[in-house]
Each structure stands twice: as C-alpha cells, then as structure tokens.
Design a protein around this ligand. Structure first.
Ligand SMILES: NC(=O)c1ccc[n+]([C@@H]2O[C@H](COP(=O)([O-])OP(=O)(O)OC[C@H]3O[C@@H](n4cnc5c(N)ncnc54)[C@H](O)[C@@H]3O)[C@@H](O)[C@H]2O)c1
Length: 249
C-alpha cells in the first residue's frame, strides 16, 4: 500500500482529536477531506489554513453526519471528483450528559444518531468503493466509556459500545477485500468536549488514571495513524484503548 496521495476523510476533523489526526497524516501529503458540524466554519478554516502551510491539499464540508442522504451525497461527490477514498476516520461525536431519570427521548435519539448512525452512514458508502478498489482503512472513534459505562452517559456509552460491535462485524465482512476496520477507544482527552466538564468531574477522572494526566489529542492521533499504516496491515476488528491505564482489558 503506497503512503502518498491517499484520500483521507475525517469526520469531526475541524478540531480536537479529528484535527490532530489530520495533522498526523500531513507528513505523507494526503488529500484531506474534513467533515464537521460546528456552528460556523472558523475552526475548519483554521485547520485547512494550517494544513495548507504544510503544503497539504484539503477541503472542509459542514454537514450533519447523522443524515443518510447528506452523507451519501457528499461521499458520492468526493468519489466522483477524487476517484477514491483510501482512509475513513469516523470521529464525529457529541455528548448530552444527564442521568437516566432526566434523559429526554431527544437526548437519547440525538446522541445515538450523531455518534452511531453516522458511522453506519459513512462506512456503508465508503466501503462500497473500497470493496471495488480492493483496499482501504476504516478507523472508528469509540470511547473508554463504551467499555466501562459512566453515570450520566447512558446514551453516549450505548453509542460508543455500539461502535465496537459495528467495528467487529464490518471487519469480518470486508477482511477478504483488503480492508481493515478498527476502533480506538480514547480515555479522558484534553479537547473542547472535556473542557466543559465541571472541575469536580475532572478531578475524579484524574484520580482513576494511573498515568495521572489527561491524554492529548495527539496521543489518539498517533494510534489512528498507525492503524492506517502498512505496519498494521494484519490488524483488524480491534478496539485499541488509549487511556493512560484508566481501563485495562
Ligand atoms: N475528548 C475526549 O475525552 C474523548 C474521549 C473518548 C472519545 N472521544 C470521542 O472522540 C471524538 C472526537 O471528540 P473531541 O473530543 O475531539 O470532540 P470535539 O467536540 O472537540 O470535536 C467534535 C467534532 O465532531 C464534529 N461533529 C459533531 N457533531 C457532528 C455532526 N452531527 N456531523 C458532523 N460532525 C459533527 C464537530 O464539528 C467537531 O469537529 C468523538 O467521537 C468523541 O466522542 C473523545
């Protein structure tokens, strides 16, 4: 598998972990397609500008990945213009934390749609083209919470556990076509998603992490990149935990 000129699609690539993944790919001069759903394009434009300084070609699309129709339209357009997609990183995700007794139907549905249905939406259309080209890499971003559970995150934990089951199933479906499908399960990572947590919650997380610190987006990006490299060509259907020891399987 050549490492240059790969078309790499990253959902949620405007900031946080997704942006770190985009920067990690920069060394191989990929064509990067970033999908995000921020209120405006400022983070995505900033990411593209930084990539462009490194000589990387990229484009950003503001689109809700939970929409089957919009995802299909975007990926078909990308495939017709760029001819292929070599790497798909399903990273877009949100939280709507609250205890079960207070969780609304909308809290449940929205998190499941954005975090889990989106992975189905993107993977189905991309794997169709990867099957034809007999190769490709798919990495889904799950969470340690999908493994351990967490009070106040039943919707989020269910979506992230769903990603693990989805990953193992699709890995089995497409392994014979030269496509690997893996997941990473980050622990407690320093991004906008965790910045909003109350100090008390952060403290209690930190006490449970043997390494005694939050992870950085780059810690996760490194593992995503490795899973997409030639070195990981015999690795599929795995969930790789990146959590400073918070959970050990
Ligand atoms: N930060 C952590 O501690 C942590 C831990 C475990 C897993 N994760 C997972 O890592 C992934 C990235 O998280 P992050 O911390 O970088 O978050 P973040 O909030 O910084 O970034 C989220 C990204 O997802 C995009 N997004 C959100 N909803 C979308 C939608 N409907 N359609 C398209 N894009 C959408 C946003 O625009 C943004 O680009 C998420 O799936 C998250 O659940 C994060």
């Amino acid at each position: 598998m050549g490492q240059s000129g790969r078309v790499v699609v990253i959902t949620g690539g405007s900031r946080g972990i997704g942006r770190a993944v985009a920067f990690r790919f920069a060394g191989e001069k990929p064509i990067l397609v970033i999908v995000h759903y921020d209120p405006d394009d400022s983070a995505a434009s900033d990411t593209l500008a930084k990539l462009s300084e490194k000589g990387i070609q990229g484009e950003a699309h503001r689109l809700d990945v939970s929409s089957y129709q919009d995802v299909n339209a975007l990926f078909k357009d990308v495939l017709s213009r760029l001819g292929k997609i070599d790497v798909l990183v399903n990273n877009a995700g949100i939280t709507r934390d609250t205890l079960l007794m207070r969780m609304t139907e909308d809290d449940w549905d929205t998190v499941l749609r954005v975090n889990l249905k989106s992975v189905f939406n993107c993977t189905q259309v991309v794997s169709r083209s990867m099957i034809k080209q007999r190769g490709g890499r798919i990495v889904n971003v799950s969470s340690v919470v999908g493994q351990m559970g967490n009070p106040g995150q039943a919707n989020y934990a269910a979506s992230k556990a769903g990603i693990m089951g989805f990953t193992r199933s699709i890995a089995r479906e497409v392994a014979g076509r030269g496509i690997t499908v893996n997941a990473v399960a980050p622990g407690f990572i320093n991004t906008e998603m965790t910045a909003v947590l109350p100090d008390k919650v952060k403290e209690s997380f930190l006490q449970q992490i043997p390494m005694g610190r939050m992870g950085e987006p780059e810690d996760v990006a490194e593992v995503v990149y490795w899973l997409c490299s030639d070195a990981a060509k015999y690795v599929t259907g795995q969930v790789v935990h990146v959590n400073g020891g918070l959970y050990m399987s």
